[in-house]
Design a binder for this molecule. Sequence first.
Ligand code: UDP
Ligand code: MG
Length: 136
Amino acid sequence: MSNIEQTLSIIKPDAVERNLDNEIKEMFKNKGFKIIKEKKIQMAKSDAEQFYKVHETKPFYNDLCTYLSSGPIVAMILEKKNSVLGNREFMGATNPKDAGEGTIRKKYGISIDKNSVHGSDSIENAKIEIDFFFKD
Ligand code: UDP
Ligand code: MG
């Protein structure tokens, strides 16, 4: 049981706007992820800027933060064995055009910016991102 991990998933505004949040949550549950905590919120742009600070030098940073704060999102703590990597695989490639069959982004992603879900990319970042949304 030692490699039971938690990771942070976000259902992004493009998916919530299309009312896909319940379908995406079902996909996670069917894949064996437990949803430990969840909340639907709209982020302030300044929060999105902090969340995506790792990308602050990228040309897409401003649009990305505007987009993430443009409508409600669902932030979730997912738990499963090896959930960090498992969630990354289940999400699919950043660009939905490159996402594999059976992945969330293949099924629901619209474009590289509107790609429906976020997932932590390492155990260390999962802890930071879980705290970002769920530390009281
Ligand atoms: N993104 C974008 N344009 C790009 C690359 C990324 O708009 O050329 C957005 C996209 O929504 C992505 C997010 O920035 O999900 C974070 O990028 P990252 O490389 O961390 O991709 P992810 O970890 O989400 O697959
Ligand atoms: Mg990333």
